[in-house]
Ligand binder design. Sequence first.
Ligand code: PNS
Length: 162
Amino acid sequence: MKIAICPGSFDPITNGHLDIIERSAKLFDRIIVVVLTNTEKNTTFSLTERRDLIERCVSHIPNVEVDCFGGLLVDYAQKRGACALVKGLRAISDFEYEFQMALTNKILDPNIETLYMNTQSEYMYLSSSIVKQVAKLGGSIERFVPAEVHDIVCSRLKEGAK
Ligand code: PNS
């Protein structure tokens, strides 16, 4: 059984994230989407809120489960018996940051491989930060986040902007 992890901050999940999750689920027996702490970022949604939002969006994919974890990604991957980490790559600008994480994880656990999946061109521009910025200023995020979480994300972000 080949298990892969789709790790991230997911603050909140976007259509770009969901696309990577759906495509990864076709390549592995099981995908575990795990929400982690990125010490470089202040998040709007708590770890469990982010997990719950993703759960609403992936119920149609039978081999996907969602979890959250407060420690190191490689520790989580070992605990779950995963062989790979799958990350979406949007543009060259993502590469250095992703490469740094992949190399660090490889030193922490040489048995776990990092795989990059290119985003579809329609999601090249999309990020959770852009979504938050647009929603906080009253713009429509309908085309950016899955319909299952649109209203929750919208009202929460508008609330935070008050
Ligand atoms: O969506 P992001 O913010 O690019 O994801 C980054 C994330 C959460 C995957 C990364 O910060 C992470 O792995 N955090 C867990 C702590 C850890 O293992 N850090 C060392 C990895 S270099």
